[in-house]
Design a protein around this ligand. Structure first.
Ligand code: NDP
Length: 334
């Protein structure tokens, strides 16, 4: 299955091109960018045969079956809809779109066209998060009472562009990181928050968009989530804790793009390290996507998962903007 890359991005350069090639079964034939020069330089550097600015031309290539979209966020909707119309399977970066309504439209269009549509939520692809989920599902911590997410990092200098100053491109830490944390909570608990309250700040990096957010979410079971995301914390480290009636899980350095960190289970019986596989997160996601296009299983994160995570993230932003607790209506998931 051959691929077209839409967006000559850092994430593709750092992780996704390697992941697509590692999974194999096809080649990357095109890269499309808003800038012809950037596309050409990028294609040469990454050994991609065709580069340009004309998405429709690339989509007309019958040799291509899959499109990976990693442009800035405001472009995802139109690019995904064009790819779906062309009958291509789509792996789209998070946040899927600027609004949950657009994200829903993308997913419904893919369903109507009979193509696979997936969201590139990498954290649920990590062995660490899969191990945490297994511990919870096995009942080893009893009933889940609360989760605490520490996802305050320092945004690398090369990424301090649209993310920190361009609301119209989907900048801000909430669409960038809170959206991932929303997916993690959904993945680990199987629950969608029903109410959120939040505060946000521009604490040194954000210009016109938030660079930090703290929020509290209520899950239908009664469990609560406390979530912290930031671009401005060089030394905070990342982690997630899940606390239950019979035990607690402490996972350090796991809100990351690499298969690192540690997971520890604490119960009345003592403290135990929880082993987990150290596979590449992005390869795992691409493999699940490719298998889904062959009719084998579902993507690691479906389009609907992306609709939900965006709905939650934007509820957090609305709560922070208004100072009100926001009730999250069901996004109408089938
Ligand atoms: P980048 O800023 O690296 O790239 C975004 C776009 O900016 C590119 O697609 C390109 O536009 C343009 N661009 C970048 N570098 C140049 C350049 N040197 N000259 C001209 N244009 C340039 O963003 P990221 O790779 O960090 O993010 C892209 C998407 O991926 C976002 O939606 C983000 O949320 C998501 N992402 C997901 C991650 C994950 O783990 N799932 C991790 C990081 C990002 P054009 O499209 O025109 O080529």
């Amino acid at each position: 299955m051959n691929w077209t890359l839409v967006g000559a991005s850092t994430i593709a350069a750092q992780y996704m091109i390697d992941a697509i090639r590692a999974v194999g079964g096809g080649e990357i034939r095109h890269v499309i960018s808003g800038s012809a020069d950037h596309a050409a330089t990028y294609a040469k550097h990454h050994g991609i045969p065709f580069a340009g600015t004309d998405l429709d031309q690339a989509l007309a290539d019958p040799e291509v079956a899959a499109v990976y979209i990693s442009s800035t966020n405001e472009k995802h909707f139109a690019q995904a809809m064009a790819a779906i119309r062309a009958g291509k399977h789509v792996l789209c970066e998070k946040p899927l779109a600027m609004t949950p309504q657009d994200a829903r439209e993308m997913v419904l269009a893919a369903e109507a066209a009979g193509v696979v549509f997936a969201t590139n939520h990498h954290l649920r692809c990590a062995g660490s998060h899969q191990a945490i989920r297994d511990v919870i599902k096995a009942g080893r911590i009893g009933r889940v009472l609360s989760l605490r997410i520490h996802h305050a990092v320092e945004l690398p200098g090369n990424l301090q562009t649209w993310r920190i100053n361009a609301a119209g491109s989907g900048g801000g830490v909430i669409p960038d990181i809170t959206v991932h944390d929303a997916d993690v909570v959904r993945f680990l608990t199987g629950e969608d928050p029903v109410r959120v309250t939040a505060m946000m700040a521009a604490s040194g990096m954000g210009q016109g968009v938030e660079d930090s957010a703290m929020s509290v979410w209520a899950l239908p079971s009664g469990a609560m989530v406390m979530s912290h995301e930031s671009f401005t914390h060089p030394f905070a480290g990342t982690g997630i804790e899940v606390h239950g009636t019979e035990g607690s899980i402490f996972a350090r350095d796991v809100m990351t793009q690499r298969p690192i960190g540690s997971v520890e289970l604490v119960t009345g019986a003592g403290r135990d390290a929880v082993p987990f596989p150290d596979h590449n997160l992005y390869e795992y996601g691409v493999r699940r996507f490719v298998e889904a296009t062959r009719g084998q299983g579902t993507p690691a994160a479906t389009g609907w998962d992306g609709v939900h995570s965006l709905t939650i993230a934007l509820a957090v932003r609305e709560a922070a903007e208004t100072g009100q607790t926001v009730t999250i209506a069901s996004p109408g998931v089938a």
